[in-house]
Design a protein around this ligand. Structure first.
Ligand code: SAH
Length: 222
């Protein structure tokens, strides 16, 4: 990190020690990937939340980001990123649905070739775009739209990561996977969601659960 890095701007609560505690906690919970833990350490999560909440940015909890949405819990971001990297083959081109504040995007972007990210709320998308460009992350393409439909224009994708819960796996997303692609998506009703990992092998699809999660719903329509 250079002194100009926005990640270490200001205040003690953004200190490396606070971040290190979070990294240790995620290790205790079973996150093993050095790449992922390194990103949790490096990405300044306090810049993705409102200043009033920045003292809580390195707690392992979801926080509100306005407009009824949340920044995902670091453990969940780490778990999804780790699972994605484990199953990502090919050129590492990724589609993300539910950009939100862009934190997950920032964690994943340096570990893959490119991310195409779709968010339905324009104000969040604008904010995420600005934040990622301030962090000098340039391998991300943004789109405002309905993530249920994916983003066929740049598909197929080696990996698709969805950050909002759907009652079932959206078929258009399966259709936008490469032959060996993988899809990670929270599925199920509020209170009973599971993080599903769908892997494709040619015409075959396999689905397994990575455990219980709690996400905001994947809303239909723009
Ligand atoms: N990825 C974020 C968390 C996003 S919360 C993080 O790193 O913290 C889920 C996001 O999905 C919200 O911003 C919500 O607006 C968005 N969303 C919900 N339904 C959607 C849809 N159909 N298409 C695109 N985005 C959607």
């Amino acid at each position: 990190m250079t002194p100009a890095d926005p990640g270490i701007r200001g205040i003690g609560m953004t200190s490396l020690r606070t971040r290190e505690r979070l990294v240790q906690r995620l290790m205790d919970q079973g996150i093993r990937s050095d790449e992922v833990l390194g990103q949790i350490r490096n990405v300044p999560r306090h810049l993705f939340v409102d200043e009033a909440l920045s003292s809580r940015a390195y707690e392992d909890t979801a926080l509100p980001i306005g407009l009824g949405q949340t920044i995902s819990q670091p453990y969940v971001v780490a778990r999804m990123t780790e699972a994605m990297l484990e199953h990502l083959s090919g050129a590492r081109r990724v589609l993300e649905i539910g950009t939100g504040c862009g934190y997950q995007t920032a964690v994943l972007a340096p570990l893959v070739k490119e991310i195409h990210t779709v968010e339905r709320i324009p104000a969040l998308l604008r904010r995420a775009r600005r934040q990622l460009s301030e962090l000098e992350i340039y391998n991300v393409r943004f789109r405002q739209g309905d993530g249920w439909l994916g983003w066929p224009k740049y598909g197929p994708y080696d990996g698709i990561l969805v950050a909002a819960a759907a009652p079932r796996v959206p078929v258009p997303l399966l259709e936008q996977l490469t032959e060996q692609g993988c899809l990670i998506i929270p599925v199920g009703p509020s209170g009973r969601q599971e993080l599903a990992l769908v892997t494709r092998n040619g015409n075959e699809l396999h689905q397994r659960s990575l455990g219980a999660v709690s996400f905001v719903p994947l809303v239909h329509g723009k």
